[in-house]
Design a protein around this ligand. Structure first.
Ligand SMILES: Cc1cc2nc3c(=O)[nH]c(=O)nc-3n(C[C@H](O)[C@H](O)[C@H](O)COP(=O)(O)OP(=O)(O)OC[C@H]3O[C@@H](n4cnc5c(N)ncnc54)[C@H](O)[C@@H]3O)c2cc1C
Length: 328
């Protein structure tokens, strides 16, 4: 049986569809909210929380490429394209799904930022550029979970724990807002969010038993304020020993993605589970941490190395890296 036949028999595992901008709204200096519409979204299999999806943007020619009639082969097709032709692909979070008179729209909050000072948008990535210019009618391609498959692209899994610690920068605010919306009753937690400015602070769903701390960055370097605020919350002294982490060479895609079920660094996940019992009140806590990779690594060191938090209790995810463009 060929790949095509196998794929056709097994049924789609991913939804690959063209989507049109229904609306694009500037929420704040650092956020553009885009609603994408597509007839194909009736097959969207998102499961809420931090469900992620891929967006393929128009390539250098401004055109989208026909990827493949069988969705299963889309990635091989994309990878096989020459660099100067391959359309940029980036990962985003499904902030919300709007179902409106038979139409299904996917809502995504794009972080937009200034150029690096060299002018003319220098240093802006394709997704940031696209979001800054997005208008109704623009077309992109979306690769998202398909409702026919069990794996819905979410990482968040407290595994029955009733207390959560949610930590992220501006790229993780959409996921954290969605997690707070989708969490069941009886859950309590602390939330720490770093955003570029006070104007980027958003109204999160009000929940009893949750404290929310916004850390506007203003002129501070990315992640530094958040790391110190979270360390203070965990009863740890301020630390500057993490600065060296920023200089560590590394391939963004393999940078930091350490969860109770997966290790980008190839660590033996099974061997690390249930090996630590913290001597303080984090036992029933599930921690979800995402954003710029320096910040995520610094908090991983704080929680795993200094506090001995068990691997089964925490997910660390690098969503972007300062000065390094994503590859997909
Ligand atoms: C699972 C997952 C979910 C994500 N969800 C979201 C989401 O919902 N919303 C969102 O906005 N992002 C989200 N991101 C992050 C987003 O994919 C990256 O920020 C991506 O790098 C943006 O692509 P780009 O084309 O703009 O920049 P790239 O071409 O990747 O990078 C170009 C330059 O821009 C810099 N850069 C990239 N992102 C930022 C940023 N946020 N602030 C400042 N400088 C930046 C890079 O350091 C680099 O120097 C998510 C990432 C992952 C892995």
């Amino acid at each position: 049986m060929t790949i095509r036949e196998t794929a056709e028999k097994a049924g789609p595992t991913v939804l690959l569809t063209e989507a049109t901008v229904h609306s694009a709204t500037r929420l704040s200096p650092s956020y553009v909210r885009v609603e994408l519409a597509s007839p194909g979204f009736v097959d969207l299999g998102e499961e809420g929380f931090d469900t992620r999806f891929k967006v393929l943007l128009p390539g250098a020619t401004g055109e989208l490429l026909s990827l493949s009639e069988v969705a299963e082969e889309w990635y091989e097709r994309w990878v096989s394209l020459p660099d100067d032709v391959r359309p940029p692909m980036r990962t985003y979070t499904i902030r919300d799904v709007v179902r409106d008179r038979g139409q299904v729209r996917l809502v995504v909050d794009f972080v937009v930022h200034e150029d690096d000072g060299a002018g003319a948008g220098h240093g802006l990535g394709p997704a940031c550029r696209w979001a800054l210019a997005a208008k109704p009618g623009d077309v992109v391609q979306v690769v998202a979970p398909h409702r026919a498959t069990t794996y819905g692209g979410a990482e968040f899994d407290p595994d029955g724990r009733q207390h959560v610690l949610l930590i992220g920068d501006e790229t993780a605010v959409p996921a954290i807002a969605r997690i707070m919306e989708d969490l069941g009753p009886g859950c309590t937690g602390e939330v720490f969010l770093e955003v570029p400015s006070s104007e980027d602070i958003q109204d999160l769903p009000g929940r009893t038993g949750f404290s929310v701390t916004w850390c506007p960055r203003h002129k501070a370097a990315v992640g530094r304020r958040l790391v110190q605020d979270v360390r203070r919350h965990l009863g740890l002294p301020p630390s500057t020993e993490f600065e060296a982490l920023a200089d560590l060479p590394g391939d963004l895609d393999l940078d930091v993605w350490e969860t109770p079920t997966y290790s980008a660094a190839g660590e033996d996940v099974e061997a690390q589970l249930h090996t630590h019992s913290v001597g303080h009140d984090l036992d029933d806590t599930y921690a979800w941490i995402a954003g710029e990779s320096w910040m995520v690594k610094a908090l991983r060191r704080s929680m795993v190395t200094e506090l001995g938090v068990d691997r089964g209790q925490v997910a660390f995810m690098g969503y972007w890296r300062e000065g390094v463009a994503m590859r997909g």
